[in-house]
Design a protein around this ligand. Sequence first.
Ligand SMILES: C[S@@+](CC[C@H](N)C(=O)[O-])C[C@H]1O[C@@H](n2cnc3c(N)ncnc32)[C@H](O)[C@@H]1O
Length: 305
Amino acid sequence: MKEILQSPLNYTGGKFKLLPQILPHFPKEIDTFVDLFCGGGNVGCNITCRRVIFNDIDTRVIQLLQLFKENDRQVIVDSIATTINEYGLSWAYKNGYNYYNCDSNNGLGDFNKAPFNKLRESFNRNKTFDFQYFIQFYVLILFAFNNQIRFNAKGEFNLPVGKRDFNVTMQRKLNRFIERLHQINCTFANQDFRNFDIKNLTLQDFVYCDPPYLVTCATYNEQGMWTLCAEQDLLHKLDNLNNRGIRFALSNVLSSKGKTNCILKKWIETNPDYTCIHLDYNYSNASYQTKDRISGSDEILVINY
Ligand SMILES: C[S@@+](CC[C@H](N)C(=O)[O-])C[C@H]1O[C@@H](n2cnc3c(N)ncnc32)[C@H](O)[C@@H]1O
């Protein structure tokens, strides 16, 4: 079993925390693992199998993951450092917070705001989707609010500056993730899940789905891409896989803050082939307990094997 790594891309609904509960339910023998809604790739990068296909509808994220896979780790890290220096962003782990007239509670936002906005402007003007574009994209993520990714309808990155910088934890996550991508046999696809071709999948393969959730909100779904219709299409695709004997697992939230995903609930109840496993987001982390009991999120994994 490989050591569980965390993606250097911070995703709302990212599965890193839940992996210790999810992975034991996955099949032991997998030929091709399809991470159909891969986001930051937290799941695909932690699977033992012959090959992984990372798929997501977000072109920039897929191209960034591809850049991590295809380029030398040191070249990537050096290019990130060059961009940070070029724009005069902070290095608090080297210089300390005082140097930037900031403290660790309030973070580095006051200092980084102007250089961050300059980088964001330059990135949004840049229409050459080359190596440098994706390095700038990653530096924006590093310095953005909560390390999130958000684009407006015009395709402009529109998050404000955050509190942190390329600190030792982020450096470590990135380095180890790039190393992992270099070690595993993986390819990338940039398809709407409906168009992802499942024709050639066999009984040895496994499809993992972690779509946006109907009952919660995330930055990648602010433009309302995930609808009832998308949910139904996905459940239909999973039924098709099941009819062909192909194993799948679906992550989702059955209910949250008083809202229930009725379509999903009915689908599970009416399919005797499917098992619904309730996960505990608070497991092994007591500080989350109160928060989750109040929000009442019912995180589940549905499997067909
Ligand atoms: C919950 S996130 C996945 C998080 C990921 N499992 C992780 O741990 O980092 C859902 C992902 O679905 C992607 N997505 C949304 N609509 C999609 C579609 N129609 N087809 C494929 N991917 C889609 C989003 O871009 C987002 O990356």
